[in-house]
Design a protein around this ligand. Structure first.
Ligand SMILES: NC(=O)C1=CN([C@@H]2O[C@H](COP(=O)(O)OP(=O)(O)OC[C@H]3O[C@@H](n4cnc5c(N)ncnc54)[C@H](O)[C@@H]3O)[C@@H](O)[C@H]2O)C=CC1
Ligand SMILES: O=C(O)C(=O)COP(=O)(O)O
Length: 609
């Protein structure tokens, strides 16, 4: 007999090899789809911030009441804070330096920011895995390193709807006040002057307004501008044409928009593609005397190019709420320019919008901390509530099949290619499998690594480990009463600890279905089995003969290991059979070795779910 290591026992007999293995796995409490998301940690996650006192820190002490901690780094409406306080310890710390934020974050489960906090990769790295959700109390997420969040399994949610009207109204306010020199005239009167000839404005009616970015804010600006009698054209490569038809505006190309407009209003997000989209070359194509409004992001304009365009008269006026650097330098020539009207990023700053945004983000963060899927997730699939409730039992099944399959791989094989089959009578468009695939990935990876996998980082983690997961849809006949008939997980190009788990085509293959709301294993390799996926499992291959169940059951009984389920699947009477035994407790190594010693058992494996 080969040497016995602590978690991987291999028995070899002259005529055949049998294996008995156990792989470590994370706890298997009542599972639900919620486990696919980062949820509020247990006390074992409590840790001290670097340099924090282990006895005196009130923040550390407050953690001991097992409520999650939410750090709010910018002003948030009271209604949202009240919701958060009912669920969590809320730490409102404004004006933190980047270093202070990195120190504090290791004590926080959630972070809520607005546009003034940069949530960098360092923030996620400093959190030591505790940060589960970043809530952006507003729309733009350009200040959050979403890739770093995803890599760390941290959900990012925003509040995309509550400040739309405020931003649109601010855009219209800037448009009108720019056209009529309101800010300059106000300053002039307050300085004791009365310059009626200097501040003659331009009219809006019948002028062409080009809206760049026809999303939520852009659409509302379009509606309002039409009400002012303007001719509105829009440019947005991704907006649906029926939205333009519904509002009664014309969709045009980028070049047409910028070359025919009297006014240009920017409403696209800041992305690598939109960065400095208004630059020298583009200003050169504009109508002389064009007027520009920016309530989107400073970075979509090359600010130095804008200054040149203002000085040369191509741009007559600009009204800016947002800047590349916020606040902009005091001596900024752009800010000081006499034809430029500025506001300090006030687009979302109305009482109504701030209350709405605060409630929206508090709700999303609380849901995320409870492990629920957020409707406004930025870096995870948004799965509608009805789909979630329908898929809940299959989520558990998917993770357990992944766990089983990965534990069947013989050490050193290295998993590279996994195929997940979804058998359903539903049409492919009628079944959202993203959540299930993430859970199979979780099951595959977690038992063999220290990585925490969830819906947010499943695809990233698989890719990083060189694990290719493909999906196959097995279309069944019949009426689609259930979303899924069975799920199949196959690992190719590996050896198995349990040879009988190999399918005829040479992959490790396990299959399961949901029965009475519970996950069941229904096939291992080409053997049909039927065992509820609870507790742990022993799979044995033997020559089909009477008395085998009794022998194995007897050994387990002697050690008080409760057998919760047993099933035998065989190729033909008297030939090979697979006995599947579900056990509540984990048998000792001695017990497992005693089972391995039963002469007619050819191979067996112990698997933790
Ligand atoms: N100043 C402020 O306080 C506020 C600023 N904002 C900013 O306004 C912008 C728009 O916000 P929402 O309308 O809520 O977002 P949204 O996501 O509803 O709309 C953005 C639109 O821009 C389009 N777009 C993307 N790339 C584009 C490109 N290269 N050219 C043209 N269009 C492009 C998208 O297809 C989308 O339709 C965001 O940058 C947001 O951060 C939003 C609220 C307040
Ligand atoms: O929602 C947005 O994108 C905004 O720009 C609003 O920013 P704020 O939350 O006011 O810092």
């Amino acid at each position: 007999m080969a040497a016995v290591s602590s978690w991987n026992l291999v028995f070899t007999r002259p005529s055949r090899q049998r294996s008995l293995s156990s792989s470590s796995s994370s706890s298997s409490s009542a599972l639900s789809w919620a486990r696919s998301l980062p949820s509020f940690p247990s006390k074992s996650h409590l840790r001290f911030a670097p340099g924090a006192s282990r006895t005196a820190s009130p923040t550390v002490l407050s953690l001991l009441d097992a409520k999650p901690t939410v750090l709010v780094t910018e002003k948030l409406g009271e209604a949202g804070l009240d919701l958060l306080r009912a669920f969590a310890n809320v730490d409102c710390s404004y004006n933190l330096s980047p270093e202070e934020l990195c120190t504090k974050i290791s004590l926080c489960d959630a972070l809520i920011v607005r546009s003034g906090t940069r949530v960098t990769r360092e923030v996620f790295e400093s959190s030591g895995g505790r940060l589960k959700v970043v809530g952006r109390a507003g729309v733009g997420i350009d200040n959050v390193d979403v890739s770093a969040a995803t890599e760390h399994g941290c959900l990012v949610v925003n509040a995309p709807a509550a400040n739309t009207i405020a931003a649109a109204e601010h855009g219209i306010a800037l448009l009108a006040s720019m056209a009529r020199n309101i800010a300059q005239a106000d300053a002039s009167v307050k300085a004791g002057k009365w310059q009626r000839n200097k501040y003659v404005g331009v009219s809006l009616v019948a002028k062409t307004l080009a809206i760049m970015g026809f999303g939520k804010v852009g659409s509302e600006v379009a509606r309002r501008a039409k009400g002012l009698g303007m001719h509105v054209i829009v440019h947005d490569p991704y907006a649906p044409a029926d939205r333009a038809r519904a509002i009664g505006v014309e969709m045009v190309s980028f070049d047409e928009a910028i070359s025919t407009a009297d006014f240009i209003s920017l409403h696209m997000p800041l992305t690598p593609a939109t960065s400095k989209v208004l630059n020298d070359e583009v200003f050169a194509k504009m109508k002389k005397g064009v007027r520009i409004v920016n309530v989107a992001r400073g970075g979509v304009i090359d600010e130095e190019a804008l200054l040149r365009a203002l000085d040369s008269g191509i741009v007559a006026q600009a009204a800016l709420d947002v800047f590349t650097e916020e606040p902009p330098p005091q001596d900024s020539k752009l800010v000081q320019h006499e034809n430029v009207t500025v506001t300090p990023h006030l687009g979302a700053s109305t009482t109504e919008a701030q209350e709405g945004v605060a409630i929206e983000i508090a709700d999303a963060v609380i849901r995320a901390l409870k492990g629920e899927l957020a409707a406004t997730a930025v870096n995870a699939p948004m799965v509608p509530a009805e789909v979630i409730s329908e898929l809940t039992p299959y989520v558990d099944l998917a993770e357990k099949l992944g766990r089983l399959a990965t534990q069947l791989v013989a050490g050193g094989s290295g998993i590279k290619s996994v195929k997940v089959g979804f058998a359903s009578a539903r049409g492919p468009d009628d079944l959202d499998t993203r959540l299930l695939r993430a859970m199979v990935t979780k099951g595959l990876i977690e038992p063999i690594s220290s990585v925490f996998v969830n819906l947010v980082n499943a695809d990233f983690t698989a890719k990083q480990r060189g694990l290719r997961i493909t999906e196959e849809r097995i279309v069944l006949d019949g009426s689609p009463e259930n979303p899924l008939e069975y799920i199949q997980v196959q690992i190719a190009n590996v050896e198995s600890k349990f040879a009988s788990s190999m399918s005829e085509s040479g992959e490790i293959s396990v299959e399961g279905k949901v029965k009475d709301g519970k996950p069941h294993l229904t096939k291992v390799g080409s053997f049909g089995v039927d065992v509820s996926l609870e507790g742990s499992l022993i799979l044995c291959r033997q020559i089909d003969q009477p008395g085998m169940i009794g022998k194995v059951g007897g050994i387990l009984g002697e050690e008080n290991v409760n057998v919760n389920y047993m099933s035998v699947g065989r190729t033909a009477p008297g030939k090979q059979a697979i006995m599947t035994i579900g056990v509540d407790e984990e048998p000792s190594r001695e017990t497992l070795m005693a089972i391995g010693e039963i002469p007619d058992i050819e191979e067996f494996v112990f698997l933790k779910l």
